[in-house]
Design a binder for this molecule. Structure first.
Ligand SMILES: O=C(O)CCC(=O)C(=O)O
Ligand SMILES: [Fe+2]
Length: 365
């Protein structure tokens, strides 16, 4: 599908027909052909309230936890209570696999725009190529593009590389190995987090995803932030929290920032060989507010094409997540929800979702 066909689409909210509806959908998911622009377009120019983050002192920087350190458990509890984010080293995911995930991601995003659009997300699907899904909540476009893999990337890679079997198979093998490794690590980290709160396997046995036995896996999100002509007026990925229990993130270079109470936006520097772990909304609910789902965003730069890969780890879609009240407060701060229900609330209310499922008891206070 040629780019021009998409770029001529205009958003029109009056007298909406089915075609208009589809066109609106296309407008909200089709990334710019970034290589073709030398000046930041008006559509991508944000009124930014994000001057460069304050420089942070050592005590205010994101914790780095060596998973083979006997103190890892208590450091993790502290990081989850105070930051909602930390780096892990000695995590066991082979460094050559992580390098290859980045290489393959770059390969995909370096394809000509027309070719990437062959794998565009469809109206009723979450997987494939497109703008960040949160784009519909903002009047301006973000300076990024993404490729979402749900279970297997095969359907979309067939469209991206119809004749190059070798490339397609290699891409799929790398991403599937990545999903397996990330899932293994997420389970391990969840175990350490729960252990740090004094919880047993019995307390948490229902929420463990059953990916292995169903031959499926958590969503893998490849993000691309092309070189930007004016980073001070552009936004890579707007401030949000993740809906997962935990997110595991690989960043090729610094660009991620987190909001820290009393400080403001703090950069999460890329640490060689480390993965970034962030606490998601479901973990905040499950821990009854003890662990904080971290507000984060990605900024862009003028010199290099930044790539990140996020693995979202969550419970089986229909399992009820109920706050473990023994962890804080004598009553549940949130009403029970499933991942499926929560994703629906998030899709409609975005950053207000957590507030919307606060329990009536707390609203009455
Ligand atoms: O690119 C990044 O550093 C952040 C990505 C992210 O937050 C996400 O995919 O949810
Ligand atoms: Fe995120």
């Amino acid at each position: 599908m040629p780019t021009s066909q998409y770029s001529s689409l205009k958003t029109n909210t009056k007298n909406t027909t089915k075609d208009d509806h589809n066109n609106n959908h296309q407008c909200s998911i089709i990334p710019l052909d970034f290589k073709s622009v030398s000046k930041l377009p008006e559509s991508h120019t944000w009124e930014l309230t994000h001057p460069n983050p304050l420089s942070t002192s050592e005590s205010e920087s994101i914790p780095i936890i060596n998973l083979s350190d006997p103190k890892a458990i208590s450091l993790m509890r502290h990081a989850c209570e105070n930051w909602g984010i930390f780096h892990v080293t000695h995590h066991g995911v082979p460094s050559n696999l992580l390098r290859e995930v980045e290489n393959q991601s770059r390969r995909l995003f370096s394809l000509p725009s027309d070719q990437k659009l062959l794998a565009i997300r469809s109206l009723d699907s979450l997987s494939g190529y497109g703008l960040p899904r949160m784009s519909t909540f903002f009047p301006k476009r973000m300076w990024s593009e993404g490729f979402t893999i749900i279970e297997s990337p095969l359907e979309h890679t067939r469209k991206l590389w119809p004749h190059d079997h070798h490339q397609r198979d290699h891409f799929c093998n790398v991403m599937e190995s990545c999903q397996k490794e990330m899932n293994r690590l997420a389970e391990h980290i969840m175990g350490l987090m729960f252990g740090s709160l004094g919880l047993t396997q019995q307390d948490t046995k229902n929420i463990k995803p059953k990916y292995g036995c169903q031959n499926s896996s958590g969503p893998l999100q490849l993000n691309s932030y092309p070189v930007c002509p004016d980073p001070t007026k552009a936004m890579g990925l707007a401030a949000h929290t993740d809906s997962s229990l935990l997110t595991l993130l690989l960043q090729s270079s610094t660009g991620l920032q987190v909001q820290k109470e009393g400080i403001g936006w703090v950069p999460v520097h890329a640490v060689e060989g480390a993965l970034v772990i962030n606490v998601g909304d479901l973990m905040q609910i499950l821990s009854n507010g003890r662990f904080k789902s971290v507000l984060h965003r990605a900024v862009v730069n003028k010199t290099h094409h930044r790539i990140s890969t996020a693995y979202f780890y969550g419970p089986p879609k229909d399992v009820k997540i109920e706050p473990l009240i023994q962890l804080s407060s004598p009553f549940p701060l949130y009403r029970p929800t499933t991942w499926k229900e929560y994703l629906g609330i998030k899709a409609n209310h975005f950053n207000k979702a957590l507030e919307l499922i606060r329990s009536d008891i707390t609203k009455a206070q």
